[in-house]
Design a binder for this molecule. Structure first.
Ligand SMILES: C[S@@+](CC[C@H](N)C(=O)[O-])C[C@H]1O[C@@H](n2cnc3c(N)ncnc32)[C@H](O)[C@@H]1O
Length: 249
């Protein structure tokens, strides 16, 4: 992701750009990026509803010495933030948004003339498939948390349907499960699978745990003694509406 952002900085942004960062987290992505490039935003708005993340984000902004603000109101179609922005970044936040495509469309509508909205999110390869396969087995009573069944595939289809001009690519990434698959590291496999399935994996029945692990072993690649779970990250860039399209329809 950082390499992708560095390329974006060199090709599309100028020093003094304005930036909206939706679901900014602790500011780690921003900080890593700023350490790798020379340009700095003249206005940065980070939207982050979780208090501890928002505090860490404010500290990151201070360390970077950029003009920035942290907005703790959850982003939605009604969020009052005002543009224009040269970059609207949604880095792994789309799964948390109600109507992610609508939210990204709203941000696109607030871009400057040459601005771009960029979403990093899971592709339909990896966790997505595991989640969708096993999700019908679980009775969920807590609707909060990320929707692991949402990927770039759904986002792209919704944005296209609303008439947005976009391009995307898959950035290679994944999990090295060589150690987690060893019995003595079961705890870390538990952690990865609890995150992937959004349930406490160790509390599932033995039969379901076995099914998940068998599935995972089968989809992983095994090369030179290493076990790898392919999980490409999608980078989706949206520039605006195709001419004649009304958007958000
Ligand atoms: C997986 S983290 C991503 C953090 C960071 N952007 C990154 O890529 O590392 C998703 C973040 O989105 C935030 N979030 C959840 N719902 C949100 C909403 N409605 N509006 C904005 N941010 C939200 C969460 O609090 C969390 O910090």
């Amino acid at each position: 992701m950082n390499t992708y952002l560095q390329r974006l900085a060199h090709t599309r942004l100028k020093d003094g750009f304005t930036m909206l960062d939706v679901g900014a987290g602790t500011g780690m992505v921003l900080e890593d990026w700023m350490h790798a490039v020379q340009i700095r935003p003249s206005r940065y708005v980070g939207i982050e509803p979780i208090e501890v993340h928002a505090v860490a984000l404010a500290e990151a902004i201070d360390r970077l010495k950029i003009t920035g603000e942290v907005d703790q109101n959850a982003y939605s179609l009604d969020h009052p933030v005002q543009g224009p922005f040269d970059l609207a970044l949604f880095s792994h936040s789309a799964y948390w948004l109600t109507d992610a495509a609508g939210c990204i469309g709203k941000a696109v509508d607030q871009l400057s003339e040459d601005g771009v909205a960029l979403a990093f999110l899971q592709s339909p390869i990896g966790i997505y498939n595991l989640f969708r396969l096993f999700d019908p087995l679980f009775a969920r009573d807590d609707p909060s948390g990320p929707n692991q069944g949402f990927s770039s595939h759904e986002l792209i289809n919704s944005l296209r349907k609303s008439g947005y001009e976009l391009e995307y690519e898959y950035i290679p990434s994944g999990f090295d499960l060589t150690l987690p698959f060893q019995a003595k590291h079961m705890e870390s496999l538990n952690e990865i699978l609890s995150f992937a399935l959004q349930v406490e994996f160790s509390e599932l029945t033995d039969a379901v745990q076995k099914d998940v692990i068998e599935y995972l072993r089968a989809v992983c690649t095994h090369e030179e003694g290493r076990i790898f779970w392919n999980e490409p990250t999608a980078a989706v860039q949206v520039r605006g509406l195709r001419s004649g399209q009304a958007g958000n329809a």
